[in-house]
Design a protein around this ligand. Structure first.
Ligand SMILES: [Cu+2]
Length: 458
């Protein structure tokens, strides 16, 4: 009798622990692994080429070596008492270029032990210049350097940040602005919450004063470098000139509404001085003599209906992907948790979206995970076609950082015109660290770099 009990207890233990043990073991990541071997190939209805195979190294996708730089800078990263700086400050110095100029930035890592990279958020740089550790380069170790070169071919507001251990390095200061084609009276405001709860604008936990004559129209370039959405508004009517670096067609005056700026996203506002531009729980931007603070308007501008439409491009998609975000209990790298899923799968078994140069891609991004996700695609801009089945009727809404709230579904389109291996991830950097990352891979492109070891992109 006693033996039977023991056997039954043993069988029950195996029945429970066996499958869990299998799931645990199956979730373990190898010491190092290639983005090429991650997950399962998804051709989106087009030919799947099996990017797991060989191809031209991503490191070869660069600007022609012979072309001379118009803008040259050296950015030196340091870690000092838990604070990450670029040339001694956080945010680091802005990278400023005129449209069409060739920008050359030499990154020197003075002493950041974990290594650093620079990613050019929103700038569609060549594949080798994307700055993702373990995918497009190796992390730059202390004492090493790396040269980034790209053509600033699209005017707009962007930013740079480390894409190595980014959930720590970005939050603790390793970032700065990139403005292409800016004017002399423009204002750039980087909103950032440093660890310890310090809400800042351009690194300062106080209102940002801006000299402006009464009646002057000021272009205010707001960059949200945090992990969640924020909002901007003023008391008097204003315009939203650009979203994520792309100008809005015929932007009308906005009154009684705020503008949402998702994590990683940018909004360029046109504001008439004097004014007070409020930025969620952050300090304000005070133009000229300023104005009295007003509470946040209850309504938020909907870019889906803002501005004037352009004739629809006469293209149809030859690949269709879905990027459905969910959440469930399981194991990632042997750690139990309530993890993010993409199309029902957890890291590392997430889809690998495969495209060929010239493809027109449709993607459905949906979210039923219980939290908002600011979805950021590298190297491309996405045209928003519809949200929750409602077609866009405003100005063409091009985005690289899209706020996908819980229970929302977006339909977007993009043109595969920038060969490489591109991260497509949540810009809540904690979520990315937890595995909400997939890759868009081009046929015939391979990466010689591996994640794990020295490279930890998120
Ligand atoms: Cu997220």
């Amino acid at each position: 009798m006693r033996r039977w009990r023991l056997l039954a207890a043993g069988a029950a233990t195996v029945a429970v622990v066996g499958p869990i043990g299998y799931l645990w073991q199956d979730s373990l990541l190898p010491e190092t692994y290639s983005a090429m071997s991650m997950g399962h190939a998804d051709g989106g209805g087009g030919p799947a080429h099996g990017a797991h195979g060989g191809g031209r190294p991503v490191s070869e996708f660069t600007v022609a070596a012979g072309r001379r730089a118009d803008v040259s800078m050296t950015l030196v990263t340091r870690l000092d008492k838990g604070r990450y700086t670029v040339n001694g400050t956080t945010p680091g110095p802005p990278v400023l270029a005129a449209k069409g100029q060739l920008v050359e930035v030499r990154l020197v890592n003075e002493n950041v032990p974990g290594g650093v990279t620079l990613h050019w958020h929103g700038v569609d740089v060549p594949g080798a210049m994307d700055g993702v550790a373990g995918v497009t380069q190796d992390a730059v170790r202390p004492g090493q350097s790396f040269v980034y070169r790209f053509v600033a071919d699209r005017a707009g507001t962007y930013w740079y940040h480390s894409h190595q251990i980014s959930h720590e390095q970005v939050i603790k200061g390793l970032f700065g602005a990139v403005v292409i084609g800016g004017g002399p009276t423009d204002v750039t405001a980087l909103i950032h919450l440093y660890s310890g709860g310090r809400h800042t604008v351009n690194g300062v936990a106080a209102d940002l004063p801006v000299t402006a004559a009464a009646g002057a129209k000021v272009r205010v370039r707001i960059v949200n470098t945090d992990s969640g959405p924020t909002y901007a508004w003023t008391g008097a009517p204003y315009r939203l000139l650009a979203i994520d670096g792309t100008d809005v067609r015929e932007p009308t005056l906005i009154a009684g509404k705020s503008v949402q700026i998702t994590a990683g996203g940018r909004a360029d506002l046109e504001v008439v001085a004097p004014a007070r531009i409020q930025l969620g729980g952050s300090p304000a931007i005070v133009l000229g003599s300023g104005a009295a603070p007003i509470p946040k308007p209850p309504a938020t501008l909907d870019p889906l209906t803002y501005g004037t439409p352009a004739p629809a491009p006469a293209v149809s998609a030859n690949r269709t992907f879905r990027y459905d975000i969910g959440r469930r209990l399981g194991f990632v790298d042997g750690r139990p948790g309530n993890w993010w899923t993409v199309n029902g799968h957890m890291l590392p078994d997430v889809p690998m979206f495969e495209v060929s140069a010239g493809d027109v891609v449709r993607m459905r991004i949906s979210n039923d995970s219980g939290e908002v996700h600011p979805m950021h695609l590298h190297g491309h801009h996405m045209l928003v076609l519809a949200r929750d089945g409602v077609a866009a009727t405003g100005s063409p809404w091009w985005t690289d950082s899209l706020n996908v709230a819980d229970h929302e579904t977006y339909e977007v389109m993009l043109v595969a015109d920038n060969p490489g291996i591109w991260s497509d991830h949540c810009h809540n950097l904690k979520h990315a660290k937890e595995g909400l990352v997939v890759h868009l891979m081009y046929e015939g492109v391979a990466t010689p770099y591996v994640m794990g070891g020295v490279n930890e992109p998120e």
